[in-house]
Design a protein around this ligand. Sequence first.
Ligand code: SF4
Ligand code: SF4
Length: 440
Amino acid sequence: MNTIKEDGLLRPDRQPLGQNTQGFWNEKRLQSEMQRVFSACHSCRRCHSLCHSFPTLFDLIDNAGSMDVEGVNPEDYWKVVDSCFLCDLCFLSKCPYVPPHEWNIDFPHLMLRAKAVRYRRDGARLRDRLLSSPDKIGRIASRPLLRQAYHYLRKSPTGRKLLHKTLGIHKQAWLPEYPARSLSQRWKTHPQPARHRETGNKVAIFATCYGNYSQPQIGEDLICILEHNDIQVKLIDDCQCCAMPRLELGDLDTVNLAMNTNIPRMAELIADGWDIVSLIPSCTLMFKQELPLMFPERTAVLQVKLAIYDPFEYLMRLYRSKQLKIDFRRGLGRIVYHVACHQRAQRAGQQTRKLLELIPDTEVTPVERCSGHDGSYAMKSEHHVNATSLCAPVARRIQQQQADAYTSDCFLAGHHISNTLANGSTPVHPISLLRRAYAI
Ligand code: SF4
Ligand code: SF4
């Protein structure tokens, strides 16, 4: 007799996305898979508080006359899909029915498949295409005159009204700044260290689009920390956007194109002895998880997966092998550390917290809750209020702690938290905190 276990106690075994398998793009099959999974979720309800996808789904079924998924108009399934920002938390932290459980539920992958099918059928609206092209926006917004125009749109009430009305970007949402010089421009004039003690460690930094154009200071701080630790550094200047924002849109063709540019270049660097460090957890996750699940047959994809790190994951490896200097000269006080979802999804542990805790006179309080920023979800008019309500518990914890600083490896999350706090405070990136502790 077949018995179905209630809880899957085995280690989750995530299956490839299967975008090249028969049936992936078939809308009828997609719809029946959504019915199967939605029905299981409705009976289970564990994920109710994670995001707005699940309450939307449960309301749809509860309000259907029949109280089952078959009573829901399939057109309404898109409301569930649109509320999912692919943070992966339901798969990672709640669901007992993930593979190898026989129910084989992977809710984020199902949402991604739905987004992909719709994108191939309908494309996407201008706002969504713009917000998922941080490389193009960064290039444009960094040009002198256009930068001023963007600054006006971003800062002035009239500009915000215009963005709201024409594009559907929420008036209160945080929007990135674009300083005059990108990280790659700064790197060109970065003085090479006078001498390298031969540690043999070499780091090639994948700046990421936001890290390059919007927050170049974080990259500069990381370079300074690595050089302080006698590590040879270079900035990768011939890769392109990792395409995580396009993945979130469902644009798998662009993901494929970006993979074909980035992976061979990174694999070359790895073969030459470089480790890759990427500045944003979502971009690291793209190489560590999403590409390997989309292209499991590509050896180079798997090589990159094993040699790419978040900054603190890399620095803690150095610490464990006694190669990290801990000559800190300043304590940081009380720090609230927001643990970004896409860092949790990497399953590498809280390496940032561990390293910050090595600094004397420093107390770190982690907050493991979604900030609700999630790519561009918080910027969109229709989602901003929900994104802010998701962030409210994180903001409350920061206020309760009366911390000296709050921080997140995902600086988009950091700024969304600051926007939700609305008290004039700004986040400090953990890399910048570490540089402050070294006083370098
Ligand atoms: S992946 Fe994240 S946003 Fe999507 S349904 Fe799961 S918890 Fe919600
Ligand atoms: S994703 Fe899994 S844990 Fe979450 S509601 Fe659905 S079945 Fe339950």
